[in-house]
Design a protein around this ligand. Sequence first.
Ligand SMILES: Nc1ncnc2c1ncn2[C@@H]1O[C@H](COP(=O)(O)OS(=O)(=O)O)[C@@H](OP(=O)(O)O)[C@H]1O
Ligand SMILES: [Mg+2]
Ligand SMILES: [Mg+2]
Ligand SMILES: [Mg+2]
Length: 365
Amino acid sequence: MSINWLRFVSPSLKKPPLFHLCHLPPPPPSSSAVIVAMSYDKELAAAKKAASLAARLCQKVQKALLQSDVQSKNDKSPVTVADYGSQALVSFVLQQEFPDNFSLVAEEDSKDLRKDGGQEIVERITKLVNDSLTIDGSYNVTLSTEDVLKAIDNGRSEGGSQGRHWVLDPIDGTKGFLRGDQYAIALALLDGGKVVLGVLACPNLPLTSLSDAGQHSPNNKVGCLFFAVVGGGTYMQPLDGSSAVKVQVSAVENPEEASFFESYEAAHSMHDLSSLIAQKLGVKAPPVRIDSQAKYGALSRGDGAIYLRLPHKGYREKIWDHAAGCIVVSVLEPFGKNTMEVIVLGVRLHFAPSIQKMSKLIVLH
Ligand SMILES: Nc1ncnc2c1ncn2[C@@H]1O[C@H](COP(=O)(O)OS(=O)(=O)O)[C@@H](OP(=O)(O)O)[C@H]1O
Ligand SMILES: [Mg+2]
Ligand SMILES: [Mg+2]
Ligand SMILES: [Mg+2]
């Protein structure tokens, strides 16, 4: 593996952060790559189906968002009927597909929904989920409100380094979702503590590069589904189901020509510090601020070359905020030394050993 180190010293920081600017790991031998990729075919098909269905549910809600659809969680962060509906739907689909081996670590739970006054919102979520299942037509069921609450709570697994565990963020970037901007349905599979598969549905991400002129024109279609399996490369297809293409990271080698992504929300990443880092690197372009793991998708297809994430002191990153995105940017092909890959993530991940292993991509403060 070829790793370039850059120690960036900011006079304003007591402890200088250490950054890895790294090239991607070398490819596994091609024979094992085929075997590994093939063994997750059923899981990949199920994950793509679940994430696409959830994306459709979210799009419907985003188009007609009611004030009553939005709640506030204990930590004051927002949650909507679409977050719950997406989680119930993905959980239901995965449980149907893998009844004997189902474990899900997901962001939401039904605690607030079960409180007094929650019934109406649960009914709205249940209708959204049933409508989505009816349109899909694969499962001949109508879920009750209790079934939906249980499906949401099936995401309470603790995960771990043994066996298989799905990891779900039903809407990553809920604040972006509420603004009408970017968000993602992020689903990954851990096997033996490693992320082996990831799917990112990004309903508002343009199909063509964010750097293309005129990307906001009404003719530019949106809705991308990124997916990656260990050893198999990363692909993107339109959410409407047309065929997939293999994606490649940016070929830019000179940081002066690179552009970088960061969180839209200043509360989620230190914009001042990333601006300083960009300056040190010589990056000329202004930051591209977009919500959610759509940043990883955009990075995987070369819309930009750097992702800077520098959480404020004390914030503990969650596995569902990175698992799917991480694999989407780490199994890209080709892995050749000319493939520019500069990822600077300001994250400390405390959850899964697999993610810790990805610390090749991680910045330590
Ligand atoms: N303080 C703080 N620091 C860092 N990260 C935080 C913080 N608070 C929240 N979050 C998590 O950020 C998730 C949203 O992802 P992004 O930061 O990439 O997007 S955004 O631009 O901020 O919308 C968001 O995910 P969702 O809750 O799924 O939307 C949060 O898990
Ligand atoms: Mg999230
Ligand atoms: Mg979320
Ligand atoms: Mg949230």
